[in-house]
Each structure stands twice: as structure tokens, then as C-alpha cells.
Write a protein that binds this ligand. Sequence first.
Ligand code: ATR
Length: 270
Amino acid sequence: MVNRDTKLCISIAEKTSNFGASMHNAAYEALGLNYLYLPIKTTDTKGSVAGMRALGIAGMSVSIPHKQDIMPLLDNIDDTARTIGAVNTVVNIDGVLTGYNYDWVGAVKALEEVTKLADKKVVILGAGGAARAIVYGLLQAGAVVTILNRTAKKGQQLASEFGCTYGGEFEQIRELSCDVLVNATSVGSQTNDIPLHPEDIPENVVLMDIVILPVETNLIKAAKARGCKTIPGYRMLIHQALRQFAAYTGQEAPFAAMEKALLAEVARQS
Ligand code: ATR
């Protein structure tokens, strides 16, 4: 029942989805918590933070285009979020707003569902905000990371900042030995585009696509045809949502209930 004691958590994004709401609300129900999670479509970062303070919103999940812009508006930034340079989670404790980044956890845990990462050769396509979090996570997990990016300067900058290798444009994949390939670009989101020529996808590797919709991107389809184990973007969502849930409620997240709700939403979108 929603009433005056209900604690509100929201997500802010330019493009909203039902994935977060499905998982968080299912988790509240599973644990009998008087919480409500509401996705809000907005490009107003400053107004969202002011609203969080004014209305006592307990937690806020942060998506594009707010992840960097929100940082100077918060009271504290967790060290990892500062290193990554982006916040995807804001927690309000007695009016003090702290920013965290759990995107990297989502990526690492989603990969670890199918492969070990220590000493594995991982190739990342992209050097934007999403790639930053994933590169950070992979290095934490002990992987050997090579970044490929269309714009050399951005790829080189990220590689030198985090102490890994920039290998050139996407075509350079042909020259690289690779156990795990991650598409950390937005190529394929809402469209039929594919970042690599299907024949350039290494055979029998693990491939993760960060693109969430469509659920099965053309990259995932092509990778399956090349014998790869594939990980769709929504697997990352659940693992970062578990961390967010714990941060918003102080309770351990009910994985089974959240996964069931996510898979039902994925089926609706497929
Ligand atoms: P996000 O925060 O989602 O990572 P971003 O910071 O704008 O978004 O980064 C987008 C990434 O996708 C970048 O690596 C970008 O490559 P450039 O650095 O060359 O811009 C990559 N990207 C986007 N569209 C692309 C395309 N059509 N072909 C190749 N790379 C693309």
C-alpha cells in the first residue's frame, strides 16, 4: 500500500525503460518493504537533485545524460565513482546525498556468470562513459584489457589513464588474441547497426553487448553464429540493481524475485 510512510526511489533518464522499476518494485514486494520505485523521463539534472532534496527521495538511479553532470551537485562522491568519473546511483541519508557507481559491478558480475576474468584477454569496443566503468571493473578483476575505439585520442586517453592498452580502430580485432569481447559502444541500440563485420567477431569467445534494447542485438545474433557464448546487456542491469537496492534500503537484495521480474519484462520487450 502506498501511503505517507512510503519511501520513494526514482530513476532519471532521457530514455526511460521499465527494467529498473520491474526489478526494484518486485524486490520491495518480496521483502514487504513500504517503498515505491518510479522511472522519470527528464533531462534536468539540477532540478532532479533539488527535487530529491526537497521531497526526501530516498534513492535515485542515474542514466544518460545525467551521469557526469550530477557529480558537482552532490554532497559526497564515493572514491570509485570519482575514479570512473560518473555516478549511476545517489543515496539520500538524512538529507546528505552521496553518489556511487555500480555500473562496473554490473559488467563484471554479468561476465563472471559465464567466465573467469583473471588474466583473460579482454577487448573493449568503445571509450565513452560506459567503457570507462567497464574497463575499471575488468582491471579490478585482473583481466588484461585492450581498448579499440573509432577516435584514437579518446581510446589512448582512457588506456593511459587506467594503465591498459589502446589497440586502434575496431578492425584491429583481427590482429588481437581475445578471450572476451565487450561492445561498450551504443552501436546497435534501437537500430540494426553492428559495430564489427560479423566475420571479424572472434570465434568461440565470450561476447557481452551493453546494448539493452533490442534484447537480442544483431551483434549478439552474429556472435552466436560464430560459436560465442553471449551475454545480453540486461544481465548487467540486474547486478547493478542488486547493489542499488541494498544502498537504497539497507537490506540484502532478493536476487530471485528481481531476476524473475526482469526476465518477465525482457520477454515483454522481445
Ligand atoms: P556512453 O556514455 O554511452 O559510453 P559516449 O560517452 O558518447 O556514450 O561514448 C560512446 C562510445 O561509442 C564512444 O566510444 C564512441 O566512439 P568515439 O569515441 O569515436 O565517438 C562509440 N561510438 C558511438 N557511435 C559509434 C559508431 N557509429 N561507430 C563507432 N563507434 C561509435
